[in-house]
Write a protein that binds this ligand. Structure first.
Ligand SMILES: Nc1ncnc2c1ncn2[C@@H]1O[C@H](COP(=O)(O)OP(=O)(O)OP(=O)(O)O)[C@@H](O)[C@H]1O
Ligand SMILES: [Mg+2]
Length: 268
C-alpha cells in the first residue's frame, strides 16, 4: 500500500543570515536545514547569541534570510511581497515573547482583540472573540484590568490568548517563561501543551532544560547551526497538583471546559 506523505509545514534549506558589513560582518545563521511536521512541539535551546531569536524571526516572517530557501506549507515565502507576508503572518502565526509585549495603554480585552483589527474584523466581533479566548485561559475576571495590574503569569496567559485569537496553526514562542517563576512557568507550559494537543505546531525557544520535557522534539543550536536534533519520548503527566495550577475561581470553569470538550469530541 502506498503511503501518502504530507509535506512538512516548515522546511528550511541552507538558510544563512548575517548582520553587519565588511570586517564587521557576522554570520548568525550558518546554513540551517530544518523540517518541521505539522503538530510537532519543538523546543530550541542553545547559548546566548547562537541565533535562536534570529531563526524564530525568520520562521515568523518578521525577518528575511540572506540565502537559502524557506518553504512554509510547501510554498516558498522568500519571493512574496511584504503585504502577502504580513497577511500570512496574521493568519497563520501567533507570537509569544519573553517580555509579554502587552500594550500598556490598552486593557486586557483590547490587547487580546488587537490582532483582529489588522484583519478588519468589526469591533463587536473582536471583543466577543477576545472574550471567548480569555475565558479559555480563565481570565474572564481580568478583561478590564490594565496590564500593570496583572501578575507575570497572568500577563503571559493574556499574551498567549492574544497570540491565539486569530486561530493560527503555528505558535512561535521566544522564551515564554523567561520572566516567570517556576510555578507560573509550568502553568504556561501546561497551556502550551494543551494548545499542542489541539493539533497546533509549537516552536519554543527556552534556556530552561526542565521545560524541554513538554516538547516532542528538542533542537540545540551552536554558532548559527543546528547541533543536535532529538525526538523526545512521550511526556509524563505534570507533577503539579491540578488544584494549584490555576487560581481557585478558575478551577470549576476549567473542569466545565474539559467536560464540554469531551462532549464535543464525542459528538463528532
Ligand atoms: N538586528 C541586529 N543587528 C545586528 N546584530 C544582530 C541583530 N540581531 C541579532 N544580532 C546578533 O546576532 C546574534 C544572534 O542573536 P539572537 O538574538 O538570534 O541570539 P539568541 O540565540 O536568541 O540569544 P539569546 O539567548 O541571548 O536570546 C547575536 O550576536 C546578536 O548580536
Ligand atoms: Mg533570543
Amino acid at each position: 500500500m502506498s503511503k501518502t506523505t504530507t509535506p512538512p509545514v516548515i522546511a528550511l534549506k541552507n538558510v544563512v543570515k548575517s548582520y553587519g558589513i565588511g570586517d564587521a560582518e557576522h554570520t548568525v545563521l550558518d546554513g540551517v536545514n530544518l523540517k518541521i511536521e505539522r503538530g510537532e512541539f519543538i523546543a530550541i535551546m542553545g547559548p546566548s547569541g547562537c541565533g535562536k531569536t534570529t531563526l524564530l524571526n525568520i520562521l515568523g516572517l518578521l525577518d528575511h534570510a540572506d540565502d537559502g530557501d524557506y518553504l512554509l506549507d510547501n510554498r516558498s515565502v522568500d519571493t512574496l511581497s511584504s503585504g502577502r507576508r504580513a497577511r500570512i503572518r496574521s493568519e497563520q502565526i501567533g507570537f509569544v515573547f519573553q517580555s509579554f509585549n502587552l500594550i500598556a495603554r490598552l486593557n486586557v480585552i483590547d490587547n487580546v482583540a488587537l490582532p483582529l483589527t489588522y484583519k478588519g474584523v468589526s469591533k463587536t466581533k473582536r471583543l466577543l472573540e477576545a472574550s471567548k479566548m480569555l475565558s479559555t485561559f480563565h481570565l474572564s475576571e481580568r478583561e478590564y484590568y490594565m496590564p500593570w495590574q496583572l501578575s507575570g503569569g497572568q500577563s503571559q496567559r493574556v499574551a498567549i490568548a492574544r497570540a491565539l485569537v486569530n486561530n493560527p496553526s503555528i505558535i512561535l514562542a521566544d522564551e515564554p517563561t523567561g520572566n516567570l517563576d517556576s510555578r507560573s512557568s509550568h502553568v504556561i507550559m501546561e497551556e502550551l501543551s494543551d494548545i499542542h494537543q489541539r493539533g497546533n505546531t509549537i516552536i519554543m525557544v527556552t534556556h530552561n532544560p526542565n521545560l524541554t520535557s513538554y516538547a516532542s522534539r528538542v533542537i540545540t543550536m551552536l554558532d548559527g547551526k543546528i547541533a543536535t536534533d532529538t525526538k523526545a519520548p512521550r511526556r509524563k503527566k505534570s507533577k503539579i497538583a491540578p488544584k494549584r495550577r490555576l487560581d481557585s475561581q478558575s478551577q470549576t470553569k476549567k473542569r466545565k471546559n474539559v467536560k464540554t470538550t469531551k462532549k464535543k469530541k464525542g459528538a463528532k
